[in-house]
Design a protein around this ligand. Structure first.
Ligand SMILES: Cc1cc2nc3c(=O)[nH]c(=O)nc-3n(C[C@H](O)[C@H](O)[C@H](O)COP(=O)(O)O)c2cc1C
Length: 318
């Protein structure tokens, strides 16, 4: 998610689930080709499996950017056909590509030809006045015909005219049934669902109809739910959530980041919702929000925040 799920966020999420596939935010193909690659695409080996999401509509550029991503070690490359922002529309990519399914297929074909890793697509049900039955089928038919390895569907339309990007994530109604019908049309292809899924019980329920579930905002705001993924969705033996181990790993990671010239807040801003709903969560959030961006702030701030949760929780238990 743009401006949210950077490499530090992914490293943190990976501590909570070993199995979930993590996605980068969208990286525009031109930026991957011409920009500061290490800053845009670099990631920690611990983040695997991780997919690079690309934005663009020029098949040759997308193929080149996909190959660059593969060279960086990404496990999958995904084409964004869902982002409705003005910036994205003016570049003719993102959700407006729902109107040009043949071009989407050309993009995927070029990407497939350029890499060995899986090439996947994330799209909407349709845009504006499109009929969601024909619009979604057209994109799916096109990309599967050229070998797309999965299609993820954000189960609502995007309104390109009149709604802000934020409104486009909430206002167009969700229609999970439409994604289930797509799965019936493509029983042998990987169809994933996204949009408004609040937690693991709901995610598991969707898996009765589709092959994968993608969580955006819920995973970001309440990352603790990720600690249920491996046992609940991948049938791994249950591992109790171990805050002490997490603290040590994140302290070591933050110290490495700070030593390389970064700030503690770059890492901890993704962690503020970790203890959501538990005693001490507010104090945890407060300590991180107030102290992590102060000059010279180090891993001790993280320790103090974790201790606040433990202390209050212990008191509550006593
Ligand atoms: C701040 C923000 C940035 C986002 N950036 C992207 C992006 O770069 N690529 C993408 O495919 N979706 C992006 N999305 C959309 C989410 O991936 C997801 O499709 C949407 O939020 C609906 O799922 P959710 O209800 O689980 O969050 C973004 C969402 C938010 C809130």
């Amino acid at each position: 998610m743009m401006d949210w799920t950077d490499r530090h966020c992914r490293f943190f999420h990976r501590q909570l689930t070993q199995r979930a596939l993590l996605y980068t935010e969208m990286v525009v193909a031109d930026a991957a080709i011409h920009g500061k690659r290490e800053r845009l695409l670099g990631f920690d080996a611990e983040e695997h499996p991780v997919a690079l999401q690309l934005g663009g509509s020029d098949p040759a550029k997308l193929a080149e950017a996909a190959a660059i991503g593969e060279g960086f070690g990404y496990d999958e490359v995904n084409l964004n056909v869902g982002c409705p922002s003005d910036r994205v529309q003016s570049g003719t990519f993102g959700a407006c590509l729902m109107k040009t399914p043949a071009l989407v297929a050309d993009c995927v074909a070029a990407m497939k030809a350029g890499v060995k890793i899986p090439v996947t697509v994330k799209c909407r049900l349709g845009v504006d006045e499109q009929d969601i039955e024909t619009a979604l089928d057209a994109v799916a038919d096109g990309v599967f015909a050229v070998g797309a390895d999965a299609l993820w569907v954000h189960a609502r339309k995007a309104w390109l005219d009149g709604l802000s990007p934020k409104e486009n994530r909430d206002i167009p109604p969700l229609d999970y049934g439409r994604v289930y019908r797509l799965k019936e049309r493509y029983p042998d292809r990987f169809i994933g669902i996204n949009g408004g899924i609040p937690g693991m019980p709901e995610a598991k329920a969707h898996l009765a109809h589709v092959d994968g579930v993608m969580l955006g905002r819920a995973a970001y705001h309440t990352p603790g739910i990720l600690s249920e993924v491996d046992a609940l969705l991948y049938s791994e033996p249950p591992q109790p959530f171990d805050p002490d181990a997490l603290l040590e790993t994140m302290c070591a990671y933050a110290e490495r980041h700070i030593a390389a010239g970064g700030r503690l807040g770059h890492v901890t801003r993704h962690m503020v919702g970790l203890f959501h709903g538990l005693p001490g969560a507010r104090r945890f959030r407060q300590i991180l929000s107030e102290q992590a961006n102060r000059p010279g702030a180090g891993a001790e701030v993280l320790r103090e925040a974790f201790a606040a949760v433990d202390r209050v929780a212990d008191q509550a238990a006593a």
